[in-house]
Design a protein around this ligand. Structure first.
Ligand code: CMC
Length: 439
C-alpha cells in the first residue's frame, strides 16, 4: 500500500501497489471537493506510464538487457533465424524442427504478390520515398483483404498475421525497385529470409542503373542468374532478428493504439510504419548516414560535437528512451558490420562513426545524459555497404519490426484488460466565449 496525505485537504488515502505500480485510476479518488474530477498524472511522451501487460519482450535499460520471451538477444542473434524468432514472438515458444518447417511453409503460402501491387507501385513517381510507398502499400492491403475488418477468432487473426509477415518484404522490395525504375522480382519462399530479400532487391534486370561492380559486390553472376551472397544474407537475417521487437516503442504503441479502436491489422501496421519513419525512431538509421556524410572527415568531428553540445542538432544514433547504457543490439550490429565489410569492402564512413563513438563515450555531456550508441548507429553503414540508398534504411527496419507489431496486435486482441486508447489532456485554451455576429 502507498499512503498519501493530500496536504490540500489533510485527507489520507491508501493506494494499492501491485507489481511495483499503482493504478492511475486510483488517483482519481483524490479530490479537493465533489466537483474536482480527481487527481491525474501528467506524462507527455508516456515516459512513466505502463499501458499494458505483455509477455513478449523484456528490457532492462539500466543493465542493457533485451530478451524475447526470455531468450537473451545475444543468443537469439547467434543461434536463431528470422522466421524462428517470428514464431517465438507470436506463439511464445521456439518452434521444434517440424513446427518450423510448417511455419515456414505457411509463410511461403502467403508470399503471393497481390495482383494489384505492381500497378499500385507504378502509380507512384519514381522519386517517391520508399517508406511512404511502404506505408501506403500496407494500408492498401486493408482494401485488398477486406475480410480483415471482421476478424473474430485467433485462427482468423493468424491468417492476417502470417500474411503481413510474408508480404511486408515484398512490398518493401517493390518500393525499392520502383525507385530504380526496375522490374519487380517475385519472392522465392524456398530461400532463407535474408537471401530472398537480397534476391528481391538486387536481382538485376536490364536496367542501366545496375552496374557490373554492384553485381560483383552482391554476388550476382549475370543477368539471368543471381546468387545472393550468403554472408550478406546472414547479416540481413541477424539485423532483422535484432529489430523484430522492442516492446512498447513508438510504432508498436501506435499499432496497439490503432488496433484498440477495432481497426483492421493492415490499418494498424500502416500507422506503425508511419510512426517508425520519423528520425527519432526508425528513421534514425537514415539520419545517422546523412550526419556522417555531412561531417565528411574526421577533422570536422570536434566542431560537430561542439554544435551538438550547444543544442544545435543531435548526435543521431545515440541515446534511447529506455537504454541508459550501450544498446545490446548496437554491439551485435557493430560485430555484424565487420563480417559484411569483409565482403563489400570497408565503408569509409566507419572511421568517422568509430571516432564519434569514442568521443561521445568519454565526453562529459554524453556521459552525464547517459547517451550511448543505439541500434541505428551502425546499421546504416551495413545497408549502405550492401548497396541500399539511405531512404531504404527505415524500410529495412519496418520489415524487421513487422513480427513484433503483429505479435503485439495478437496479444492486444486477447488481452482481457484491453481498452480503447484514449489519453486525456490538460486544456489550456480559451474559456467559453460567444461567437461574434460579424463572422
Ligand atoms: N544527441 C545529443 N543530445 C541528446 C541526444 C542525442 N542523440 N539524445 C538526447 N539528448 C539530450 C537532450 O538534448 C536532453 O538534454 P538536456 O537534458 O540538456 O535538455 C537529454 O539528452 C535527454 O533527452 P530527451 O530528448 O529528453 O530524451 P528522450 O528519452 O525523450 O529521447 C531519443 C530519446 C531516442 C528520442 C533521443 O535520445 C534522440 O533524439 N536520439 C537521436 C535519435 C535516435 O538515434 N533515435 C533512435 C532511437 S533507437 C531505435 C528506435 O527505437 O527507433
Amino acid at each position: 500500500m502507498l499512503s498519501i496525505t493530500d496536504t490540500r485537504t489533510g485527507k489520507q488515502y491508501e493506494i494499492k501497489v501491485e507489481e511495483g505500480v499503482i493504478r492511475a485510476a486510483d488517483l482519481r479518488a483524490i479530490k479537493t471537493d465533489q466537483a474536482d474530477q480527481g487527481l491525474l498524472a501528467f506524462d507527455p511522451g508516456l515516459t512513466s506510464t505502463a499501458v499494458c501487460h505483455s509477455t513478449i519482450t523484456f528490457i532492462d535499460g539500466e543493465a542493457g538487457i533485451l530478451r524475447y520471451r526470455g531468450y537473451p538477444i545475444e543468443q537469439i542473434a547467434e543461434k536463431s533465424t528470422y522466421e524462428a524468432v517470428a514464431y517465438l514472438l507470436l506463439f511464445g515458444e521456439l518452434p521444434d524442427v517440424a513446427q518450423l518447417a510448417t511455419w515456414k511453409a505457411s509463410l511461403g503460402a502467403e508470399m503471393t504478390v497481390p495482383e494489384q501491387l505492381p500497378r499500385f507501385m507504378d502509380a507512384f513517381p519514381q522519386t517517391a520515398n520508399p517508406m511512404s510507398m511502404l506505408m501506403s502499400a500496407a494500408a492498401a492491403l486493408s482494401a485488398i483483404y477486406p475480410d480483415a475488418r471482421t476478424v473474430a477468432t485467433q485462427e482468423e487473426r493468424l491468417v492476417h498475421a502470417r500474411r503481413l509477415i510474408a508480404q511486408m518484404p515484398i512490398l518493401a522490395a517493390y518500393a525499392f525497385r520502383r525507385t530504380r525504375g526496375q522490374s519487380y522480382v517475385n519472392p522465392d519462399p524456398s530461400a532463407t529470409f535474408g537471401a530472398n530479400m537480397l534476391r528481391m532487391f538486387f536481382k538485376p534486370d536490364n536496367s542501366p542503373n545496375f552496374g557490373a561492380s554492384m553485381l560483383r559486390r552482391l554476388g550476382g553472376k549475370n543477368d539471368e542468374e543471381y546468387v545472393p551472397n550468403p554472408v550478406l544474407a546472414h547479416a540481413l537475417d541477424i539485423l532483422f532478428m535484432l529489430h523484430e521487437d522492442h516492446e512498447q516503442n513508438c510504432s508498436t504503441s501506435t499499432v496497439r493504439g490503432v488496433a484498440s479502436s477495432g481497426a483492421d491489422p493492415y490499418a494498424a501496421i500502416a500507422a506503425g510504419v508511419g510512426a517508425l519513419s520519423g528520425p527519432l525512431h526508425g528513421g534514425a538509421n537514415e539520419a545517422v548516414l546523412r550526419m556522417l556524410r555531412e561531417i565528411g572527415t574526421i577533422d570536422h568531428i570536434p566542431a560537430f560535437i561542439e554544435r551538438v553540445k550547444a543544442g544545435d542538432g543531435r548526435l543521431m544514433g545515440f541515446g534511447h528512451r529506455v537504454y541508459k547504457t550501450y544498446d545490446p543490439r548496437a554491439k551485435i550490429v557493430k560485430h555484424t558490420a565487420d563480417a559484411v565489410f569483409k565482403v563489400t569492402g570497408m565503408n569509409p564512413l566507419l572511421d568517422i562513426a568509430v571516432e564519434l563513438e569514442r568521443i561521445a563515450l568519454t565526453d562529459e555531456y554524453f556521459l552525464k545524459r547517459r547517451l550511448y550508441p543505439n541500434v541505428d548507429f551502425y546499421s546504416g553503414l551495413i545497408y549502405e555497404a550492401m548497396g541500399l540508398p539511405v531512404e531504404m534504411f527505415p524500410v529495412m527496419f519496418a520489415i524487421g519490426r513487422t513480427p513484433g507489431w503483429v505479435a503485439h496486435w495478437l496479444e492486444f486482441e486477447q488481452d482481457k484488460e484491453k481498452k480503447l486508447m484514449r489519453p486525456l489532456q490538460l486544456y489550456t485554451g480559451y474559456d467559453r466565449r460567444d461567437y461574434p455576429e460579424s463572422r
